[in-house]
Design a protein around this ligand. Sequence first.
Ligand code: GDP
Length: 599
Amino acid sequence: MKAEEEHISLAIVGHVDHGKSTVLGRLLADTGSLPEGKIEQIRANCERNSKPFEYAFLIDALKDEQSQGITIDSARVFFKTKKRNYTLIDAPGHIEFLKNMVTGASRAEAAFLVIDAEEGVRENSRRHGYLLSMLGIAQAAIIVNKMDLVGFDRSIYERIVTEYTEFLARIGITPLCFLPASARTGEGIAHFQGSMPWYKGPTVLEVLDTFIKEEPPTAKPFRMPVQDIYKFTGFGDSRRIIAGTALAGSARIGDEIVFYPSGKKGRINTIESFNTEARTEIQAGQASGFTLDEQIYVARGELAAKAGESRPRVTTRLRINLFWLGKEPFRKKTEYILKLGTSRVAVFVEEITRVVNASDLHSDTDREMVERHEVADCILKCNRAVAFDLSQDSALTGRFVIVDDYEISGGGIIREALEDKQAWVRDKVFEREYKWERSAISLEMRAEKYNQKPTLIIITGQKNAGKKPVAKALEGRLFSDGKIVYFLGIGNVLYGIDADIKGTGNKREEHIRRLSEATNLLLDAGVIVLATAIELTRDDLEIIRTVIEPERIGVVWTGDPVTTDIPCDLIIPEPRNTEESVSLIKTLMQDRGIIFRPW
Ligand code: GDP
């Protein structure tokens, strides 16, 4: 890569009104990055409206137009020095910053943190410092701005340096440097004007060029969150392009790729890149797609890794460090959405271990909730397994955000993958998937031929709630509709497949695993399977969902009340006759596209 093509992303953070936008505006103006006449135009505008000119207005004005030379959007300013290109991420608040770091197009590799010399270190100066440390942004330069307001006084500057260095040391950050400046007068931004003869260090612009470019983690194990699956539309062409942005490592044509959490695998057949020359390799940082030699069912949200390299962690329980920003506190036993890579799963807060105030670093244990601006060490329980890395191993696949009521309300990093109750089943499933001999007839071909989506419908409820008659009547109805359907009686498994463990003590979990494996074969053969079981629990279902893709399972509870904690897709309260129950389940199946409604 030529030096002038090097590109680096920086965040500008700091307490509101400490001068982030002014520093940015000044940088653009003093490096000649602005379109001709822009400053004059804004000055004239200000004069007309009798308000004083502000460099910060430049940023607002540029946001409204896509000018040549520099481009700008709501959160980012692109500009260049002689050395390289920059994306400056203007992060007015914590949420925007987190969003950018975890989900956004630009992830900061380094940061400027702006502190007002007159106001000194404020709460948000500290909180932003905490965020930088948590997200692993090791390169931070601190601009002590508005030095003009304190008469360019060296002792005031040094007091701030001492106070903030001490805070940063407590959270494990050693800043690259401190810089005294005045964005309003331009002192110390791109030039020195002689107001601070006592300062012998670099300007903001000089420091900009000294940040070290983070190399994309090409040497790490391959990781690509699956963003989308594109289908070829040509007749008889059933290939799929699995698309996404590689976050780490590299993969070549012929490499064996394993997707997590499903454990499905395939070899890369072709690499499809967008608007670039044909590639034979995907590298960290590149957006691309690939096709596989076998048609497997991969869903958005899975994490692609390479066989033979260290595999991502897969579990439903995570120990995390969370930075909470929601209006409502983050509470135990409440459901949230976790966005991790391209996956979204529902999570519960199992434990809040420790809470730290990100500003004064006071810490607390034994709390029921985490308030806004607090940082917490917690355990999350996901409603289905997720694949990720620990943040200390791979920053980009170890970060997440949390959505509460449709809004991003917090974010953080994953510290530890905790064992869950299904870990023993998952290991077997990975092995199974790895060894799976795939038929030349794909799942989709069968689904098309049979005109149905192979699915397991579990009918559960209390003893004598009429589960079996309903299941058998439903089987009959679907059969006469021309569906390929099979009622799988528990007894059929218990005395056959389970003969070796029958009566050998409490083997409920193993029974469920085997029943699920038997069902999985039938589903692979394209069949709709109907099974009944007495009072299944959430834990039971989790085993089933580990063996069988969660999308292929429907849970129906017959009779009230629901006596276990199992999440149901349909509850049929009593009194209902068999016919009514069958119709209700059939409607559920139609709604989910398992079978189709007649025209
Ligand atoms: P932001 O909220 O951090 O982006 O802050 P702005 O850049 O919008 O600045 C807030 C206010 O501080 C504006 O009125 C600026 O003119 C003023 N300001 C910014 N930098 C300086 C400076 O170096 N000296 C003085 N005196 N005022 C400044």
